[in-house]
Design a protein around this ligand. Structure first.
Ligand code: AR6
Length: 173
């Protein structure tokens, strides 16, 4: 029922897709990890649109679990969809917010008419989410979310992330 899921090991900024999802922070003005890589590779037009969003519709920033689109600048993609995953917390279950980041990104992708969407492992870097858990939530949410997106490509940095997503896909049955 959800989009076809494909897994690749590599750099999300080189993907030729309709939309690339950025694991951003609420401030939307850049950061490290995927966020830094996307702004570096995509150039200043992405940041300019993010600033515009902060000055207009999102004065307090983008809430965790929500998503918003900008240009992809010089990336070989048409759009960047910025979303904010939750920071991992041992004592509190924030999986709903992580699932929401994927669902809302797919909703925005639908609005854009995107058919191919590349996702990183949201929250599994700086935000500290254990990779196996992050992979399971990512794969299950995409699999169970209805949308017109045909392919969701998870672009994983490193072998451990790739293996975790492979196990999560195998467990879908
Ligand atoms: N392509 C694909 N995956 C990547 C790339 C890349 N170019 N670079 C890193 N990863 P993170 P988060 C992997 O930290 O945990 C930023 O500062 C990385 O190895 O980018 O959601 C933001 O501004 C990891 O597996 O995102 C926020 O403040 C995964 O992408 C905060 O980090 C996600 O790691 C968001 O943290």
């Amino acid at each position: 029922m959800g989009a076809r899921i494909t897994l690749v090991q590599g750099d999300i900024t080189t993907q030729e897709v309709d939309a690339v999802v950025n694991a951003a922070n609420s401030g939307l003005l850049g950061g490290g990890g995927v966020d830094g890589a996307i702004h570096r590779a995509g150039g200043p037009d992405i940041l300019a649109e993010c600033r515009e969003l902060r000055a207009t519709s999102l004065p307090d920033g983008l809430p965790t679990g929500q998503a918003v689109a900008t240009t992809a600048g010089r990336l070989p993609a048409r759009h960047v969809i910025h979303t904010v995953g939750p920071v991992y917390a041992k004592r509190e279950d924030r999986s709903d917010l992580l699932a929401s980041a994927y669902r809302e990104s797919l909703r925005v992708a639908d609005e854009l008419g995107a058919r191919t969407v590349a996702f990183p492992a949201i929250s599994a870097g700086v935000y500290g989410w254990p990779m196996d858990d992050a992979a399971r939530i990512a794969v299950q949410t995409v699999d169970s979310t209805r949308s017109a997106v045909e392919e969701v490509r998870f672009v994983l940095f490193g072998d451990a992330a790739y293996q975790a997503f492979t196990r999560a896909v195998d467990q879908l049955g």
